[in-house]
Design a protein around this ligand. Structure first.
Ligand code: UDP
Length: 428
């Protein structure tokens, strides 16, 4: 009987996943026949509106998913969209997907709620692959921080953007054989889509002049879930618009918060243009032509760095401090307007290669590494005892002690040997 080909599932769920993974998805599709594996693209449905999902598939030439778990659509229909119900449904549908596709590994990106389904995958003893591993904001209040830590410790293989993320993982005790530094895949998205974005007529459509406006996005829980904090951020944006017009694309969830807290009035009469979420090409054009960017998005922070646009990250902390170190980002939780105005005098000569110091295409690097691992049966070994053997705690859990515990010696009537592994009485 011929062996079933290695089956890989890529499971993603939100807007930036499609942007970041567009190239890797394509490479993984293309390589199937040549390398003898199968690749399925599964979408969780966490983002499902056309403006957060459909438009990105169309504009970025990403094919439709083979399977859509439709988690977001189902919850909206049921009128219950809280994160506990979201996880419950995601887990249930991920399990059904595993039954149907029987993958040999599941690949995830980032720190979204979708990556939490890696728990269901790992519990089935199906290897988990995590792209964007090792990011830590060291802010335990962030929902994403829990997601990152959970998936990194469930993963058999982790692709990090930079060496610092590898160091973080090793400091947390992750085996270095599970960790690969590949560069930041957002570089591939900008390289591919900037030429098309340059032709976007979005500036004319919104009545903006190049380098004469600020671009702003907000959607993190720390900024939008408290009426008081959200009001302060909106006041900062309004005040900034007195010096520089602001474009402010709003996510549906943020719009709902504005309505719930009755904060819409804050921006009335100001030079803030509120829009619906934009397609990637329009947004990229807006980023590239902005005088400055204010955001709480990790991806926008990186894009600003790559595009040479000064960026205020209006958050308590960031899991991507490399853009601060480069001199591209100012991190400040309070006083949005005052800090944004500081960016008008910002030196723009930072090294734009900080996100991909090795050069080349990070997606191609991940693809080549992954294929080599599939071919060398990496995933059959990645949870073997031999991998942990060098670790004292792993050895002890398997009954192998460098120094036999007193109690066991008494039972065995033997003298402990220092240094060398001593078999327990049950072994001899
Ligand atoms: N983006 C977009 N349209 C918008 C706002 C953002 O295409 O109206 C893109 C942006 O260029 C970036 C990504 O969406 O690539 C960022 O998504 P988001 O801020 O939702 O995610 P995060 O990076 O915070 O996870």
């Amino acid at each position: 009987m011929s062996k079933r080909p290695f089956t890989l599932v890529t499971l993603l769920g939100i807007r930036p996943d499609i942007i970041r993974l567009h190239k890797l998805l394509h490479l993984l599709d293309e390589g199937q026949r040549r390398h003898g594996y199968r690749h399925f693209y599964v979408h969780s449905g966490q983002h499902f509106d056309d403006e957060l999902s459909g438009v990105f598939h169309r504009e970025l030439g990403v094919r439709s998913p083979d399977v859509n778990l439709r988690v977001g659509q189902t919850l909206r229909r049921r009128g219950r969209t809280d994160s506990v119900r979201q996880s419950a449904l995601l887990f249930e549908r991920t399990a059904a997907m595993l039954d149907r596709l029987r993958p040999d590994a599941v690949l995830y990106l980032g720190d979204t709620n979708t990556v939490l389904s890696s728990l269901v995958v790992a519990k089935r003893n199906v290897p988990v692959i995590h792209v964007e591993g090792g990011g830590r904001s060291f802010d335990w209040r962030m929902p994403e921080e829990k997601n990152r830590i959970a998936i990194d410790h469930l993963a058999d293989l982790i692709y990090c953007y930079l060496g610092r993320y590898r160091e973080i993982l090793l400091a947390e005790g992750v085996d270095e054989r599970r960790v690969v530094v590949a560069g930041n895949i957002i570089v591939d998205a900008l390289e591919r889509f900037l030429p098309a974005a340059k032709n976007s007529p979005v500036l004319e459509r919104l009545g903006l002049e190049s380098a004469r406006y600020a671009l702003c996005t907000l959607h993190r829980e720390e900024n939008i879930e408290s009426a008081e904090i959200l009001a302060r951020k909106l006041e900062g944006i309004r005040d900034l618009s007195a010096t520089l017009p602001v474009v402010f694309p709003l996510m549906p969830r943020v719009r709902a918060c504005l309505r719930r807290y009755r904060l819409e009035g804050i921006l009335k009469g100001s030079a803030v243009t509120v829009t619906r979420p934009l397609g990637f090409l329009e947004f990229l054009k807006l980023e590239q032509s902005a005088r400055l960017i204010v955001t709480d998005s990790g991806t926008v922070q990186e894009e600003a760095c790559l595009l040479g646009i000064p960026c205020l990250v209006t958050r308590r902390s960031t899991e991507r401090p490399e853009t601060i170190a480069a001199g591209a980002t100012l991190l400040a939780e309070h006083d949005l307007c005052r800090h944004a105005l500081r960016l008008l005098r910002w030196e723009r000569s930072w090294d734009r290669a900080v996100l991909n110091p090795m050069g080349g295409s990070p997606s191609e690097r991940i693809y080549r590494d992954l294929i080599a691992r599939i071919r060398s049966n990496f995933f059959e070994r990645s949870r073997a005892f031999a991998w942990g053997e060098a670790n004292r705690f792993v050895r002890e859990a398997h009954g192998i002690f460098d120094r036999l515990p007193e109690s066991a010696c008494r039972l065995a009537g033997s003298v402990p040997r220092a240094g060398a592994a001593t078999p327990l009485p049950c072994e001899s």
